[in-house]
Design a protein around this ligand. Structure first.
Ligand code: NCD
Ligand code: ZN
Length: 358
């Protein structure tokens, strides 16, 4: 069989990205905008984006941080708190630029302190979202310190997500960054109102990457990578072509100084390598024919948006492509996700444009 070395697909989107703010935003925005046409921009900046007015301001800051001429479209999200009102959901639904509301269980991850402690208190808002057709994007982990960190996704499904879906089956939910065989199985068992995003790093890493051969802070994120059976299930779901599983990078930059300390922050910055990494996984699995579905078709379909009308060409280079080890921000360096194997796929740059060099 001849090897596929060129693939033209609709321009991919990233259905879960942390672009941050200030100096970090200015350093990372171009990396997401390089390969992706749109991204669902997570609202856990400081202070969190809790209103449509704040989302509009943040959207402008993102647009300002893009390279001149970029056609990248940020799709905004609201950070759900116990004070969010149903009227704010109506404003979000009619804004045209807010595409989801994000539920962070309070204390589950980076900047989640203002998140939800008691789901009961947000039920009126979730009911309004179900009526408005607004997507609920969930960080699917319980924050209970009594639950083992590797079991927090499963516990969230049993204790929060499943009861919620039974109460409000019309609510459209994305279980973000699914990491476990249990989570994948749960999505498969559900109807079409539940989907899951999948990150490049959870297609590649297991907990051994974090914990053996020295401690690897740049492989630490939440939900934490799990065991080989879990990774297998996540890979199988990604390459299956099932429209309920789509790409969301969860690119989550932190300064190296914040990662490489006693209590290192959770989050992997993968925007520069995400697409190449996913392409390589699909190649390894012999499913390059499903890559477009995963990165460019299933996400927009779930969000009731059209797939991109533009196309990109991915080319497989014989020699590994050059990837920066880290990028620089005004506040210090940020290490780029290294999957631990050479990357060969690269988006072809149209004639006349400069190829990004490092
Ligand atoms: C994210 C971050 O840093 O904002 N961290 C992470 O480990 N994924 C938050 C999140 O998505 O959990
Ligand atoms: Zn995230």
């Amino acid at each position: 069989m001849t090897r596929v070395t060129e693939l033209t697909i609709r321009r991919p989107d990233d259905w879960h990205a942390h672009l941050r703010d200030g100096a970090m935003l200015r350093a990372v925005a171009e990396w997401t905008a390089r390969d992706f046409g749109r991204a669902i921009v997570m609202p856990n900046v400081v202070p969190p984006v809790t209103t449509v007015a704040a989302a509009d301001d943040y959207r402008r800051r993102v647009l300002d941080a893009l390279p001149a001429g970029s056609a990248f479209e940020p799709l905004m999200t609201l950070y759900l708190t116990e004070s969010t009102t149903p009227e704010e959901i109506d404003r979000a639904a009619s804004s045209g630029f807010v595409k989801a509301v994000k539920l962070f269980p309070a204390g589950a991850t980076t900047n989640s302190e203002n998140g939800v402690r008691d789901i009961e208190r947000v039920m009126p808002v979730l009911e309004r979202m179900a009526v408005a057709g607004m997507v609920l994007s969930v960080h699917g982990e319980v924050a209970d310190p009594g639950v083992d960190v590797f079991d927090r996704e499963a516990a969230f499904i049993d204790l929060v997500l499943d009861p919620l879906r039974r109460r409000l089956p019309e609510l459209r939910i994305v279980l973000e960054h699914v990491t476990s065989a249990y989570g994948v199985g749960y999505v498969l068992s559900a109807g079409r109102n539940l989907a899951a995003s999948i990150t490049p790093h959870h297609l590649v890493l297991t907990r051994s990457h974090i914990l053996s051969g020295g401690l690897h802070p740049h492989y630490y994120c939440l939900p934490v990578a799990k065991g080989p059976e879990d990774r297998r299930a996540v890979r199988r779901a990604a390459v299956s072509g099932d429209p309920r599983f789509f790409f969301g990078s969860d690119s989550a930059p932190h300064l190296d100084a914040a990662k490489e300390r006693a209590t290192g922050s959770a989050g992997i910055f993968n925007a520069p390598t995400a697409l190449a990494c996913v392409a390589q996984v699909f190649e390894e699995e012999g499913r390059l024919d499903k890559l477009e579905t995963f990165v460019a078709l299933s996400g927009p379909a779930f969000y009731n948006l059209l797939a991109s009308s533009s196309r990109i060409t991915l080319r497989r280079r014989e020699q590994p492509v050059a990837i920066p080890d880290r990028i620089m921000t005004a506040d210090g360096p940020v290490t780029v996700f290294d999957p631990g194997f050479p990357l060969h796929w690269r988006v072809e740059v149209p004639d006349g444009q400069d190829e990004k060099t490092f």
